[in-house]
Design a binder for this molecule. Structure first.
Ligand code: SF4
Ligand code: SF4
Length: 95
């Protein structure tokens, strides 16, 4: 069966307090991060990577729900997930 390729990186666009980048070529499709994410942000990609695994990716439409909690990255045995948090301006004043 012919398989559709996947892009090398799955990037969630920032709208929440964090976002993740999954390296699809490092991912072995174990699904640990899918089940660990408390927000249900991660799902399986539609295609396979060069190793023949179905990698994890950020589910389209869920990008803004990532809190940056890092659970997915901690769970990943292949260090395929990077988590980024947004800096927040807690106060601002002008003189
Ligand atoms: S950082 Fe937390 S909320 Fe964001 S995708 Fe990973 S487990 Fe889910
Ligand atoms: S835990 Fe890591 S290796 Fe497993 S599916 Fe998630 S990103 Fe891929």
């Amino acid at each position: 069966m012919a398989s559709k390729g996947v892009t090398a990186l799955s990037v969630s666009v920032q709208t929440g307090s964090g976002y993740i980048v999954i390296d699809a070529e490092k991912c072995k499709g174990c699904n640990l991060c899918l089940h660990a994410c408390p927000k249900g942000v991660i799902g399986p990609a539609a295609g396979i990577n060069r190793m023949g695994y179905t990698p994890a990716e950020v589910i389209p439409g869920k990008e803004g729900e990532c809190t940056g909690c890092t659970v997915c990255a901690i769970m990943c045995p292949d260090t395929a997930v990077a988590v980024y948090r947004h800096d927040r301006v807690l106060s601002h004043s002008t003189l």
